[in-house]
Ligand binder design. Structure first.
Ligand code: PAZ
Length: 336
């Protein structure tokens, strides 16, 4: 593998030179209405990103590069703010910015699963649809939570496919939800491609196979975490994830991201153990969250520990922002 040196495209230039996805305006409107409704209800808003992005090789795309992410982390996490009474009282509404056809909150229990949901059902003697009794309790619980989220309209689903779709939607979500200030939380669990082919360098038509092998030159995807943290949603609580395969570099890379972008928390995880262990890295702390083998076997999900931990941190962040604002400008040098 050769690594040609290509200059890093700045986010502003990227957005200037790439066409916004067609559905962006409609999705922006939906996000604006969602934020207005939940702001009025006094809720906090979490933007949860989930799943992988594709990198097209042709403008009229036949082939693309993808990654492993199924969206388990994001879909599972998006459910947890509704799981526990005290979170409901805290009241989060969630914008679930996810890869099309990846796992989704609630339905994830019955899709992409080794046990197809059709195996949970049967037909009674009178031809009526039945649910196998061993699955019905769990199905009822999931259905109740799903109905509640639908009824209260606390879950907005927005999908993306390509890395360009993702970047435009993230920027819009940041502008719109960032207007909630410290009451907004960004949970960036999507596995976003690091490399892409810029629009003007992409061929229009299907790459032909009669010309021999294929060598691709890809450029680095712009690092949008910087403007997200410093400009688009600078008052909000931002958490990014860092995935590695080499345990030797994980926490160093996570800490580097924190220093480089200046947000609140980086959650580090390794490809092979991501469902059992994660590392919370902040400016001055490092905490490991683990599940035992028994917990894993019982079906405990690590997100049930990640989300409450983050909500506590978010609450402390909101409280400390309130304290900061109630101190006079002279004392804080904020000049406001
Ligand atoms: O989607 P999934 O549950 O299979 O995987 C989750 C994850 C590993 C993509 C996520 O935890 C993560 O680390 N996202 C950020 C990846 C990165 O950009 O480093």
């Amino acid at each position: 593998m050769s690594r040609p040196h290509t200059p890093l495209i700045e986010p502003d230039e990227y957005f200037r030179t790439h066409a916004a996805p067609e559905e962006l305006a409609v999705n922006e409107k939906a996000m604006e209405l969602f934020v207005a409704k939940h702001r009025a209800a006094g809720r906090r808003i979490a933007v949860v990103t989930s799943g992988g992005t594709t990198v097209p090789l042709e403008n009229q795309t036949v082939r693309f590069i993808d990654n492993f992410s199924a969206g388990t982390r994001g879909a599972t996490s998006a459910e947890y703010p509704f799981y526990h009474t005290y979170f409901l009282e805290l009241g989060y509404a969630v914008i679930f910015l996810h890869r099309q056809f990846s796992l989704q909150p609630y339905s994830r229990h019955y899709t992409h699963s080794k046990n197809c949901f059709l195996d949970y059902m049967g037909l009674g003697p009178d031809g009526q649809l039945t649910v196998d009794s061993q699955y019905s309790q769990k199905m009822k619980e999931v259905l109740t939570k799903y109905h509640k989220a639908k009824q209260e309209e606390t879950l907005l689903m927005i999908s993306f496919v390509t890395v360009t779709d993702y970047l435009f939607h993230l920027r819009s979500a940041a502008f719109i939800v960032g207007s909630m200030g410290e009451k907004a939380l960004f949970y960036l669990a999507a596995a976003v491609s690091d490399f892409f082919i810029p629009a003007e360098k992409m061929v229009e038509h299907k790459i032909q196979s009669d010309g021999g092998g294929l060598t691709l030159t890809m450029e680095q995807v712009p690092k949008v975490l910087k403007p997200l943290v410093t400009k688009w949603a600078s008052q909000s609580f931002i958490i990014s994830f860092k995935l590695e395969t080499d345990p030797e570099i994980l926490t160093t890379k996570a800490r580097r991201a924190l220093n480089r972008y200046g947000h609140k928390v980086v959650i580090g995880n390794l490809l092979t153990t991501r469902k059992q262990i994660v590392w919370f890295i902040t400016n001055d702390t490092e905490e490991t969250v683990t599940l035992t083998n028994e917990q894993l076997a019982q079906g405990v999900e690590i997100e049930s520990k990640i989300v409450p931990n983050l909500i506590e941190r978010h609450t402390a962040f909101i409280e400390s922002s309130g304290r900061l604002l109630s101190v006079s400008p002279k004392q804080t040098n904020l000049g406001v």
